[in-house]
Design a protein around this ligand. Structure first.
Ligand SMILES: Nc1ncnc2c1ncn2[C@@H]1O[C@H](COP(=O)(O)OP(=O)(O)OP(=O)(O)O)[C@@H](O)[C@H]1O
Ligand SMILES: [Mg+2]
Length: 409
């Protein structure tokens, strides 16, 4: 497997001990639509992309699903979203040789486009589609897209429609239309819910909602929790010791790194309970030295140097907070993280000790939730639900960054 830090991984780069996630997701999708819940960098997109890759690698008659994957992070309007979904659906009808259905479902106004779709790829129609739908509002889009979706039942395989980074898109709506975004999100998610409600027994389409900002929380904060409460949660758990060990050993083998066994133990201890991403970052730091042999002390020195110089791959944890939190929320989040550098603590203790004069308990809780779903901290069920950093590497990094004294790396 290759040392990949950031992009989703598939195939030989997907750690074998985590493949159970792909099978579990598949089983769930046979029954219902799902929302993938996990903090940042836990491998959400990788699980979906590996499922997609596996389906596409099969012979057509062995394939179980058609998977439409929509990456929505850059979409700023409902029109962007609907156009993307519309193109994916048209493309699916084209690939499954159902151009006639498009004619029937969309009506005469679309005959010319449908005829061309029979001859050229969807990318060649991008400009025409954009032009024709330039002034569409959600109601107009619903008219076109709803029949294309309900008619998916006539296609010979079940269709999975994946919305990756869905909550990011909702936040983009907010930036773009601060006054109207709530209504927009309400109408959009009500429509998507109604599509799921028309799913009867034997229905052949499912949706996957996925994204690093917690969707349920985002919707609840808007008072729209009911729009998604029919979705089943698919949870991506933190990694276990076996996962961490296998990752480090596989990458060490691939890049001819001789890491002493107690060096490996040290690395595992820093990433445990977190995600494979941290292990990938550590191996990258070792590789960057261009050395071959790594006794424990050398591993430790490289780790500490990486944290001190400010690691590029960890910085996004912080930059996202800069983007999404208000000044007051930022102050609150920094106080929480700083406090947790000296060890796990109860929410009540942190609020009472540090923040009761600065923000309301609701604001405090909202920041705690955000830190959890940004992948910074977690509630430790084995420690009376105390809050702690997700993995030691994040704690060490934050301690270095904020100059917290007396923290032992
Ligand atoms: N199964 C895996 N095997 C090996 N490495 C993995 C695996 N899953 C995740 N990773 C590591 O984590 C990184 C992020 O993976 P991915 O993009 O799938 O996570 P994500 O949860 O979708 O992240 P984001 O919250 O940023 O959308 C990868 O670049 C890789 O370093
Ligand atoms: Mg992702």
């Amino acid at each position: 497997m290759d040392n990949i830090t950031g992009n989703p991984v598939t195939d030989k780069d997907f750690l074998k001990t985590r493949l159970f996630l792909v099978n579990d997701l598949k089983k769930m999708l046979r029954k219902c639509s799902v929302i993938i819940e996990a903090p940042r960098r836990f491998g959400k997109t990788s699980v979906i992309k590996e499922l997609l890759r596996r389906e596409n690698a099969k012979r057509d008659d062995r394939r179980e699903f058609n998977v439409l994957f929509l990456e929505l992070e850059g979409d700023e309007t409902v029109n962007d979203f609907c156009l993307r979904l519309f193109k994916e659906l048209l493309n699916l009808y084209r690939i499954r040789k159902k151009i006639d259905s498009i004619n029937k479902l969309l009506g005469e106004g679309w005959n010319a486009i449908a005829a061309r779709l029979g001859k050229i790829k969807i990318a060649g129609l991008e400009l025409d589609l954009r032009e024709k739908t330039r002034n569409y509002d959600l109601a107009a889009w619903k008219n076109e897209i709803t029949p294309l979706i309900t008619h998916l039942d006539s296609i010979d395989k079940a269709t999975i429609i994946v919305f990756d980074e869905f909550p990011d898109m909702l936040l983009n709506f907010k930036k773009r239309e601060p006054e109207r975004y709530k209504d927009t999100i309400d109408s959009l998610t009500a429509w998507l819910r109604s599509l799921r409600q028309t799913q009867e027994e034997g229905c052949k389409y499912r949706f996957v909602f996925c994204g690093s900002i917690h969707l349920r929380k985002t919707m609840e904060e808007l008072g729209l929790g009911k729009r998604i409460n029919d979705l089943e949660s698919f949870v991506i758990p933190p990694i276990k010791k076996e996962d961490a060990l296998l990752l480090i050993e596989s990458l060490a083998k691939k890049y001819n790194l001789e890491i002493d066994p107690d060096g490996v133990v040290y690395m595992v201890s820093k990433i445990i309970e977190g995600s494979l991403y941290y292990g990938q970052i550590l191996v990258k730091a070792l590789r960057e030295t261009r050395e071959r042999n790594f006794p424990r002390e050398r591993v430790k020195a490289i780790y500490e140097a990486m944290l001190r110089r400010g690691n590029h791959d960890l910085n996004h944890y912080h930059s996202r907070l800069e983007d999404y939190l208000s000044l007051q929320e930022k102050e609150c989040s920094e106080a929480i993280l700083k406090h947790l550098c000296s060890g796990a603590a109860h929410e009540k203790e942190i609020f009472g000790l540090l923040l009761h004069n600065i923000c309301t308990v609701e604001q405090f809780q909202s920041v705690v939730h955000r830190l959890i779903y940004e992948g910074y901290i977690t509630r430790d069920i084995d420690d009376n639900g105390k809050l702690r950093f997700v993995a030691p590497i994040l704690k060490d990094w934050w301690s270095c960054k904020k100059g917290v004294p007396n923290v032992c790396l």
